[in-house]
Structure formats: C-alpha cells, structure tokens
Design a protein around this ligand. Structure first.
Ligand code: AMP
Length: 484
C-alpha cells in the first residue's frame, strides 16, 4: 500500500518534478522549436518512443554497474509480472526501435530526433531533476567521424542561435571495447595502489566500473585520478584516427573544445567519441573560463597521432579552472552524448555478415538537457527568444457578439493573422485596457448593433480614431493597414 498523503502534500508535485508555468513553457517550446528546425533542416526525422520499456533493455545496454541502473531507474512490476522501467535515457530505446522496425534495411544513415521526458531517481537540485526533458539527435548506420562532428555541431548551433555565449565542448575518446580492456586493467592497477585514499563509493567502483572513478566529485578521488593513465594512450590506430578526424571537423567548424581525459560518461554502450557541452550562466560570465581551446587542426592532430597530448604533460586543471555552471563544484552539462557502435551487438544483433549489412554499422548521438537550457535562458530573461505579440485585439460585447466573434477568430486564424481576445470580460473599458497593455495597433469592437449589421468598429489604438468596416471586408482592411 502506498504511504497516504495528507491534504497539503497532495497539492504538491512529487519531489524532483516541476510544473513549467506558461511564461517558462513558452521559452521551453521555443527551445524545442529551434532544435527541431535545425534538426529537420539537416535531414533528421522525428521519432516518438514509449515512456516505458522492458527493464532489461537498460540493464543490458546502459550496464548493470552504472549509476542509472544501480540507483536511478523507476522500475515496477506489471500485473502480468513483467518488469518495466520509465525510460532513463533515449539511446537504448532508439536502438531498440531501429532494430525492431527493420530500419537497418532503410537507406543509411537513419537520422532521428526526439523530444520528451526522461526519468532518473537522482538527488534533486537546480538543473537536476527526477523528470527532465531531453531533445536528442541520433545517427544510426554511420561509422564516419563526420557523424560525431555533425551531432556536436548541431547542438552548438542550437545554443548559438538561442543566444548562449562562450560554449565549450569537452571531448574524449574511449577507444573501442578491445582498446578499453588494457586500459581498464592499468586503471585498476593505478587506483588499487591508492585505494585506501579513495571514497567508499570509488572503492566499490574499483571492482564494478573503475572508469567512473575518473569523474568522481570527491576531491581526494580527483587528486588520485590526476595522474591516472589516459584512455587515448590505449586507443588502437583506427580509434585514434577516428578521434583525430572528429577534432579536425570541430576545428574546421571553429568549435572550441577541450580534450578532457577524465570524461568517460560511465555508460557501457559508449565507444570512441564521448562529449559534453558547457556554457557560463549570465552572472558567471564575469569570470574568465580558463579551459584549453584548440588552436589549429594541425596542433591537435599531432597530439593524437603521437599519442601524447599537450594536456597529458600539462599540470592538471585546478578545481576552479573548470567552466562555471556548477553542481557540487562541478559544471553541469547542457548537452552530452557519444558513439555507441557496439550497442546493437549488446542487444543481441549479430555483427554484419555481408557487405550489404555493413551499411548499418556504427551509431552516434546525444541529447540536450532542456531544463538546463531553459533555466539558462530565463536567467538571461529569455534572451534569444522572440515571440511576436498580436497586433489586433478583438473586443466582444454581449452573448451574440461572443458567438459571432468565434467565427471571426476562425477566419483570422485561417489567414494567419494573430489576434488576441478576452472571452470572459464584457466591459468595453476593461477590454480596451487589456488591449492597450498588450500594445496592439488596432482593436476590433463587435457589439450588439455590429452583430446585427455584420460590421465591426476598428479603433486605431494610437490615435483613438474609429471606423465602421463590414465584416466581409475586415481582413482586406487590416491587411492594407499592415502594409502601411
Ligand atoms: P545523458 O542522457 O546523461 O547523456 O544526458 C544528456 C543531457 O540531459 C545532459 O547533458 C543534461 O543536460 C541533461 N540531464 C541529464 N540528467 C538530467 C537530470 N537529472 N535533470 C536535468 N537534466 C538532465
């Protein structure tokens, strides 16, 4: 039996969830619209997946030893005794849908976008919720580095066009599964030597998911992670080449990035490229952000080729040298993602058997955290979001006028003329006051007499001049006024 709630609790939304009220919801929609517009322009198509999936989809793909699976999933048994989970992320469901609906036989790559709610049982705080929105982009059936770069580029475009400044991409390569085997061994050996200094959680991670120690928030663990072996040193030639190409694409697109050797993302399905995108909030802009920015394609290429990056020799960044936008001293990413080439195999699909099948190999994607982006915009007073106010207000006086006004409004809507009105207020003074507050250019007054005559009174809100116009000519009349 669920715990019973008292009346006061009943009227509160559950912890970690939020109501997005109208003003903020407008910004939310504008962000989604911007992301959708850019995604569609670049050939991505929409997909909608269920909010619930079989629990095993996540345990087998995201990985048993990850925070998501260990601690954060909302899992429940159905009456039929199935175990279902509220989706904590979108990549595994996308791959499930891709396989289930035979999209591997479609012309490749298949480029998909989605927007919706995801659920993780996390400790709620600003920018971290238990139900949160993500806008995701996924490219399936693409092995080339251009796909990784396209995902990053499009997220950056969305942020740029929404008015975000000083964006920074943190990027790393995890190599493929084979490269990671040796890396994992050496990493465990490194941390084992200092395991007494690790936090309790990381001592456990040493056995279950040692890569996660690299991004532990505890200061002592961070210190020990500073001189840990770096993934790039273990990457095979093909993985290094792939990473080099990704960085070259970023250079060509003038996207600032930081080679973050501690970025591992912790989910089992990632291979090769992983990335996170950060920005500063409005008030944090005063501080400089001393993260390293690439200088040229050549300098970065040389780093990768030689397997010795500049950052490998440089002193590790001090804690406060990380970009702003923090949670427990750590920045919060606005978007993140990576490549998941082996996810299909993890889900039981055989490796391609013919050249034809090779076409669906490789996948990469990521998601924008909508809550954080909207919060970022609202902290800058909705910067970058322009919403056109209606130019006309329709005033109706009396029941007949209200009925007729519905027909008029429909005509306006069909002609894409944005009109505001107030269905409830009868008083002309109130309605004119409301129209003035909205700053419309004209008010259209529909009273008892006008309803019978099939006319309206058009009032110029600036001069106060009024004119009687037949309803049949109203649209043309307003269009002419608009042109002037
Ligand atoms: P992930 O699925 O972990 O790669 O997350 C993608 C993006 O979603 C992150 O970069 C965040 O911006 C956002 N995000 C992830 N978890 C949360 C959360 N609990 N609350 C709000 N936003 C989140």
């Amino acid at each position: 039996m669920p715990k019973s709630k008292n009346k006061k609790e009943l009227l509160q939304n559950p912890k970690g969830t939020r109501d997005v009220l109208p003003f903020d919801a407008v910004v939310w929609q504008a962000v989604e619209e911007k992301a959708r517009e850019i995604a569609e322009y670049y050939g991505f198509r929409p997909i909608r997946m269920p909010h619930i999936e079989h629990t095993e989809l996540f345990t087998t793909s995201v990985g048993e030893a990850t925070d998501i699976v260990e601690k954060q999933m909302y899992t429940f048994r159905t009456r039929g005794k199935d175990s279902l989970t509220l989706r904590p992320e979108g990549t595994a469901p996308i791959m499930r849908a891709y396989i289930q609906h035979g999209m591997r036989t479609w012309p490749q790559p298949v480029m998909l976008y989605y927007s919706g709610s995801f659920f993780r049982h996390e400790r709620p705080q600003k920018g971290r919720y238990r139900e949160f929105g993500q806008f995701g982009l996924e490219i399936l059936g693409a092995e080339g580095a251009v796909a990784d770069a396209l995902i990053i580029r499009l997220f950056m475009l969305v942020f740029e066009e929404l008015g975000f400044k000083k964006m920074m991409v943190h990027v790393n390569t995890l190599g493929d599964k084979a490269c990671r085997e040796d890396y994992r061994k050496d990493l465990v050996a490194h941390f084992r030597k200092k395991q007494n200094y690790l936090c309790t959680e990381c001592r456990r991670r040493l056995k279950t998911n040692p890569l996660r120690i690299l991004d532990c928030v505890e200061e002592k663990c961070q210190e020990i992670a500073t001189d840990a072996p770096q993934c790039i040193e273990y990457a095979c030639d093909a993985c290094k080449e792939h990473f080099r190409e990704v960085l070259e694409f970023l250079d060509k697109a003038s996207i600032p990035y930081f080679l973050d050797h501690k970025l591992v993302r912790g989910l089992d399905y990632y291979s090769r490229t992983v990335f996170e995108i950060f920005t500063e909030t409005a008030e944090e802009k005063k501080e400089e952000v001393p993260v390293e920015v690439s200088e040229s394609a050549d300098s970065e290429s040389a780093d990768i080729e030689g397997g010795e990056s500049k950052e490998a020799d440089a002193p590790p960044p001090k804690k406060e040298e990380k970009p702003a936008h923090k949670e427990e001293g750590r920045p919060l990413a606005l978007a993140s993602g990576g490549r998941y080439d082996s996810l299909a195999y993890d889900l039981g699909i055989q490796e391609p058997q013919s050249e034809e099948e090779e076409a669906w190999k490789g996948a990469v994607g990521g998601a924008i955290g909508l809550d954080r982006v909207v919060e970022g915009l609202l902290s800058q007073k909705g910067k970058g979001i322009k919403k056109e106010n209606p130019k006309v207000f329709l005033i109706q006086l009396g029941p007949q006028a209200k009925q007729q006004s519905l027909l008029l409004l429909e005509q306006f809507r069909k002609n894409r003329l944005s009109v505001a009105s107030s269905l409830s207020k009868d008083n002309i003074k109130n309605q004119l006051g409301f129209a003035a507050k909205l700053g419309v250019s004209y008010s259209i007054i529909l009273g008892q007499k006008e309803t019978i005559d099939n006319t309206v009174i058009v009032r110029d809100m600036e001069t106060g001049m009024q004119e009687i116009v037949p309803q049949s000519k109203l649209l043309d009349y307003l269009k002419k006024k608009k042109k002037k």
